[in-house]
Design a protein around this ligand. Structure first.
Ligand SMILES: [Ca+2]
Ligand SMILES: [Ca+2]
Length: 457
């Protein structure tokens, strides 16, 4: 359908077009390093621009013909990485100790599972968000006999959403009791047992809409990309937020607040309705107002919620907080955000403001090409790992460690909740001040200088 993934054969796929834009930009700036879907090669660590006192190692160049191109990663409790080929298998990787020049050890996980955009090790299981397969959806993979080899694959819920706008990430809930599932706008909503989002979305247009260029995903209407909370057995689903374009990944901060890095529609550039790629603070019950073409909600709509940071053109992929990294405190607390098309790994430094946050972006690591797909922190060795690849391009695994003199002691984690966050009154939006409503009793309420919006109809 519409947007098959990192597939070079689909010229209308947004990432394909972005690659072209990146290629044109690159061609004008650095003719010797042109980027194209067919010719992306591995960039040596020494050719990357890296934040001061950080070191990057190219750990592994993925043999494209046999192991494909890696787009998702997670870390297991022993500090091993599990990665997924976009169109193939899962692999388990033992990275060499930091400072050692030994090669990585890795092996294929020989089970009928792979083709994932999201991986998570939790509840003594590997959760896999299978995308490029007719049997796509949320899976649980376990080692049932304790021999350190996975042997059971169980489909928890089929999800209807293929390709680059389909089934994406899976996260552990901050209370450690549930999972959060992240899906792009081509993923149909699955049956929900509950919803924090008022179930009354519509296209909400007064004037006729101009559809996306070339009619791209014309039939894909509200609510767009969505995030749901799911129990570890995959049985009970609760809708948390909707209205994203294509948030490939998301992450919780220490305070339990969720952030998603949403995509833009690059064909909207220079139109009044263009929304840049942006970091959204995913508050309970939010509707971020993605709509096809000219119908999308601008950030100033009172019933939407703006961005923590507007990033600009790009292709958002993996995100991760720096918690657990042996980095200076500033970077332990940063949210790392991968941009696939422009080869930028941002460190976003967040500051509470009102009921939400503001953030400043730092280009932590950049390269041409550096088609970033996912980033994780390995708490066992305190290093960051990131993968490049996607759309069958040349893939590789890199490691980032801190080699400067600042303390890398665990940050004390004083990451305050934004003002106005409470269990009883989930925030539904903010433009400077908090605007909350009480879904529990269904009435409007104001506290202090905060305005609580009317309850859902
Ligand atoms: Ca086993
Ligand atoms: Ca990820």
């Amino acid at each position: 359908m519409h947007c098959s993934p990192f597939s070079p054969s689909h010229g209308v796929a947004p990432w394909a077009r972005k690659l072209l834009i990146a290629s044109l930009v690159c061609a004008s700036l650095c003719p010797a390093q042109r980027l194209s879907a067919e010719s992306v090669t591995t960039t040596a660590a020494g050719n990357l621009k890296v934040a001061r006192d950080f070191k990057v190692e190219l750990l592994y160049t993925v043999p494209k013909d046999t192991e494909g191109s890696w787009v998702a990663m997670c870390v297991d409790p022993k500090g091993r990485l599990i990665v997924s080929d976009q169109y193939g298998k899962l692999y388990r990787i033992v990275p060499p100790p930091i400072g050692s020049s030994a090669p990585i050890q890795h092996q294929a996980i020989d089970l009928a599972i792979g083709k994932a955009h999201g991986l998570l090790y939790a509840f003594d299981s590997l959760y896999v968000m299978v995308n490029e397969d007719p049997k796509r959806g949320l899976y649980r993979v376990r080692d049932t006999n304790g021999d350190d080899k996975f042997d059971e694959v169980k489909l928890l819920r089929h999800l209807d959403g293929a390709g680059e706008h389909g089934v994406h990430a899976i996260l552990l809930a901050p209370d450690g009791k549930a999972l959060y599932v992240v899906c792009g706008d081509a993923t149909k909503l699955t049956d929900m047992d509950a919803s924090r989002v008022p179930l009354d979305w519509s296209e909400d247009h007064l004037l006729p809409r101009m559809s996306d260029g070339n009619g791209f995903m014309k039939g894909v209407l509200a609510p767009g990309g969505w995030i749901a909370r799911v129990d570890p057995e995959g049985k009970t689903w609760e809708l948390i937020a909707v209205g994203f374009r294509n948030e490939f990944d998301a992450a919780f901060n220490r305070a339990g607040e969720l952030f998603a890095y949403d995509a833009d529609m690059e064909w909207d550039l220079n139109t009044p309705w263009y929304r840049p790629t942006r970091l959204n603070h995913v508050i309970s019950g939010a509707e971020f107002g993605w709509r096809n073409g000219a119908g999308k909600w601008p950030a100033y709509y009172i019933d939407s919620f703006g961005a923590v940071v507007n990033v600009g053109p790009g292709s958002p992929t993996g995100v991760a907080f720096g918690y657990g990294a042996k980095f200076p405190a500033k970077y332990q607390e940063a949210l790392f955000m991968c941009d696939w098309s422009f080869g930028k790994l941002y460190a976003c430094h967040l500051t509470p403001e009102g009921a939400s946050y503001t953030g400043t972006l730092e280009e932590f690591i950049t390269g041409q090409p550096l088609a970033l797909t996912d980033v994780v922190i390995n708490k066992q060795d305190g290093a960051m790992y990131f993968a490049v690849g996607g759309r069958r391009t040349q893939s590789a695994l890199y490691r980032v460690s801190y080699v400067g003199k600042e303390s890398t002691a665990p940050s004390i984690g004083e990451f305050p909740r934004p003002h106005g966050n409470s269990k009883d009154f989930p925030r539904c939006g903010a433009l400077g001040k908090a605007r909350l409503f009480d879904r529990g009793v269904g009435r409007t309420r104001s506290v202090g200088n905060e305005l609580y919006l009317a309850p859902p109809r």
